[in-house]
Write a protein that binds this ligand. Structure first.
Ligand SMILES: Nc1ncnc2c1ncn2[C@@H]1O[C@H](COP(=O)(O)OP(=O)(O)OP(=O)(O)O)[C@@H](O)[C@H]1O
Length: 421
């Protein structure tokens, strides 16, 4: 589903690579924690998966596609297969909960009828059916994050990327969010979550990929947070972390086929069990999450100072019901927040990818990607393809990956937010 082949990412003006020849594969339906100290490369990984940036060397395949083959104009369609959740929620402050979730469907041209059905269903799933008309500032942090998750999954993405989704939440609220992410994963969505939170990682016992200074030092199925750099006894269990061999350049780290562990998190108190994803999985029976002392990650490297890479803007969501995998992206309205950190490489990447794409037959490679059970039941809409370069002025929806550059505007009243540079 996602494969990194010897990926190195070096940002301009830096001496050390943010990612240093990493190879790893994530399979369909996995729940993967990406852990590591600040600056270890977690957000960079997520950005590369989203094709927000390109690697300096190596190749990335997502949903069966080599990302280099996706032309700039096809990136929005590619991203509709993914949902993204951020630490800081990135809700539209002047829109209601309903409208925040609906926004991502409106900009990809969903019908009013579709939206009227999909949004309430999704809000019910995240336990916010009663608060659909509230504004974000009238919600708690946990509720705001659930709105952001609803927005990320309303289009039923195949992949959900979560960058520190519990970073701003207290432990109890975080447990509710984790329970929700577990349910989403149980519905077939592949989840990759970057986090520093030892308690959550230890509790979940899912696959853990640990980065230190841009290298994978551990790839452990059902791991905990304890760092491979200094193996530590996990509080309460007496279990010691068992670091596997670093994958580094020695080949692709592939997960062993193993059943996902049972849910570690009870559903959020205010989310009835009946309001979860319509999938067959055992009921969540775990007790409230015991919050353990964090095990600090020792980073015995001269990692550069952390740069909080707010995986720039594109907040996806995904395709609801009869649609093919499609994520929609939504985010804050502030233009400043919408501007990806642009080091120029993305533009180069796009130019390169465009050139490549022009040389190839005009096929929508995303359509050729393997589908999940979810997407199989859906039909892909006819997507308009434009044949011109990316305009300097990108609209909000274009920046968010919701609509291809140049595609006909929609009814959402979005504003132009200027060039990305
Ligand atoms: N646009 C950029 N330009 C230059 N350096 C960058 C850029 N983005 C990230 N970096 C550097 O790349 C390295 C990895 O950063 P990244 O944000 O991926 O780490 P992280 O593990 O996600 O950190 P955190 O947990 O603090 O979010 C860091 O050294 C960071 O300073």
């Amino acid at each position: 589903m996602i494969r990194f082949d010897t990926i190195t990412k070096k940002y301009p003006g830096t001496n050390r690579p943010a990612l240093d020849a990493i190879s790893v594969e994530v399979l369909r339906g996995e729940f993967v924690f990406l852990v590591g100290a600040s600056g270890s490369g977690k957000s960079t990984c997520l950005r590369l998966v989203l094709k927000e940036d390109r690697p300096t060397s190596g190749s990335i395949h997502v949903l069966g596609q080599d990302l280099r083959s996706i032309s700039n104009r096809k990136v929005p369609y590619f991203r509709r297969n993914m949902g993204v959740v951020f630490q800081d929620f990135r809700l539209l402050p002047n829109k209601s909960v309903f409208d925040n979730v609906a926004f991502s469907l409106q900009v990809i041209g969903k019908s009013r009828g579709f939206i009227q059905e999909a949004v309430p269903d999704t809000l019910e799933m995240v336990g916010l059916a009663e608060k659909a008309q509230r504004l974000p500032h009238e919600l708690s942090g946990g509720e705001q994050q659930r709105v952001a998750i609803a927005r990320a999954i309303v289009n039923k993405p195949q992949i959900l990327l979560a960058d520190e989704p519990t970073g701003n939440l207290d432990p109890t609220t975080s447990a509710g969010i984790m329970a929700l992410l577990e349910r989403i994963n149980a519905g077939g969505t592949t989840v990759i979550m970057a986090t520093h939170e030892a308690g959550i990682v230890d509790q979940m016992q899912r696959r853990v990929i640990e980065l230190v200074g841009g290298r994978i030092v551990r790839d452990e199925r059902q791991g905990g947070y304890a760092t491979a750099a200094i193996p530590t006894t996990t509080a309460g269990t007496g279990r010691r972390s068992a670091p596997s061999a670093p994958s580094g350049t020695s080949g692709i780290a592939r997960p062993a086929a193993a059943p996902a562990p049972a849910s570690a998190f009870a559903p959020a108190a205010d989310v009835p069990a009946s309001e979860v994803l319509p999938v067959e999985h055992p009921p969540l029976t775990f007790p409230a999450v015991p919050v353990r002392a964090s095990v600090p990650v020792a980073v015995p490297v001269e990692a550069p100072a952390a740069v909080p890479v707010a995986v720039p803007v594109e907040e996806p969501t995904a395709v609801p019901v009869e649609e093919p995998a499609a994520a929609s992206f939504s985010a804050a309205e502030s233009p400043a927040e919408l501007l990806p950190r642009d080091d120029g490489s993305l533009r180069e990447a796009n130019a390169e990818a465009d050139a490549q794409a022009e040389a190839e037959a005009e096929t929508d490679a995303v359509d050729g990607a393997p589908t999940t059970d979810l997407s199989r039941a859906m039909t892909r809409p006819a997507l308009p393809i434009t044949h011109h370069d990316v305009p300097e002025q990108l609209t909000l929806a274009e920046k968010l990956g919701l609509r291809a550059p140049g595609e006909k505007p929609d009814q959402t009243g979005e504003q132009n937010v200027g060039p990305t540079r």
